[in-house]
Design a protein around this ligand. Sequence first.
Ligand code: NAD
Length: 551
Amino acid sequence: MSGPRPVRAARGTELSALGWQQEAALRMLQNNLDPEVAEHPDKLVVYGGTGKAARDWRSYDAMVRTLRTLKQDETMLVQSGRPVGVMQTHEWAPRVLLANSNLVGDWANWEEFRRLEHLGLTMYGQMTAGSWIYIGTQGILQGTYETFAAVAAKKFNGTLAGTITLTAGLGGMGGAQPLAVTMNDGVAICIDVDPRAIERRIEHRYLDVKADDLRHALQLAVEARDARKPLSIGLLGNAADLLPQMLAEGAPIDIVTDQTSAHDPLAYLPTGVAFEDMADYAAKDPAGFTTRARESMAKHVEAMVGFMDAGAEVFDYGNSIRGEAQLAGYGRAFAFPGFVPAYIRPLFCEGKGPFRWAALSGEASDIHKTDKAMLELFPENESLHRWIKMAGERVHFQGLPARICWLGYGERDKAGERFNDMVASGELAAPLAIGRDHLDCGSVASPYRETEAMLDGSDAIADWPLLNAMVNVASGASWVSIHHGGGVGMGRSIHAGQVSVADGTKLAGEKIRRVLTNDPGMGVIRHVDAGYDIAETVADERGVRVPMREG
Ligand code: NAD
């Protein structure tokens, strides 16, 4: 019987598969499970509550075995973390196709999902967990940094200096919040119930200090705020207890958000339950746990609304906490907006989104060289320059060295082709895996997050992510995935991902040019279709064809 063991991707140029496309999929699967990268690698859980990279250890072993023998004209099919077939295709086809956590509409709820998961028939793929392009907390860092920069621009004269942000959740994604706030010169108090999550963020230099208790946290925060010094403070406790307490005591908070794993009520600790008892209780009585977690989320959201009423800037950070609080009967759950309509949608209209790449060599110097290439490629893009510089200084790599930066239509293909040339010329030690989050401009339907409050009311239309996956397959991506339930939970989202490997060959260059044009192109056409002026301008200026606007 195969079981838990430490997993780490190979480094260097020696292949254990028949080509770099397959080797890249293998290394990225393994990198997702690297203890430096994954939140709970022994359970195959990468991030986001229970987001997994493989269904079970037997499936993991079978995927590794199959990737090592997969030919250049073959494709491995993965059904919710288990390899179910190898088919003959052709060299332009993806080497891996993945479908994770998909359920038929009426059955698409946590209860049914868990019944099927218990039978060993499915797994929760989250977004980049089940599609093998998670790169650690950095993956969300730039988006979080840009979101807080947008908050600063909207309400605080362009800087968070002299402000205090209150949030919870220091997990795989939420752990980016403290660094994103301090990169914007602000002070952050970040609550988590898990002492390990706090320690891990300090270890990785995403979080500055841990407070002894609430008093201490507030004292440190106020001192730093008054000195206009950036500082992030970890605070151990339950957000559903601490937020109402802080509101009642009139804590001087300017900005409130949250990134606990609220999308999955079994991953949110109810008040009155000890952290140590959480896993046991959730396993033994999922229905009772869910009810109590939702009641706690209602208290948590009620306090967030209270801070909003008191004048703070409050937003939902894409974890569905408003939806869960509403299910518990709290009437004002949607009083504050989600972060996409509030700050991000104009970027989506330009096809902008979280472009990322990982160095399969394992060499940090490969990423530093690509950083330099990005600065040369986009000399006029100030925010990109600021980001790349800061990331180079402050981001600790987890697993294979990687970088993220938001790029739009007409930019991603340029970067991808340059990277492929750098591999071809030998400037980089080995190929790169180029991918993105599923949280992107044209790859997701998620009415509580990416497609909340669309101009034409098309929030729940899920044809777009499916078209996105199909166009990426047709364009030559190395692996393509379609998932359900990522980010916001079962029944609430459908989304797609792609990864393209720059191995330095002419063929890879051809594929990359198409994929990295068409993939963000989906964002432009999706927002043109919904009636956004910015998207229409981008389509006109950059030559994106939209048949309904022609003739
Ligand atoms: P995670 O499971 O790795 O971390 C969640 C953290 O919340 C854990 O450390 C846990 O201890 C803590 N927690 C649970 N209940 C708590 C409570 N009552 N009080 C305080 N802390 C509590 O999850 P993650 O990967 O960090 O993702 C967090 C959420 O953000 C998820 O819902 C995810 O879907 C969402 N998300 C948002 C974005 C975005 O761009 N906004 C992107 C990815 C994920």
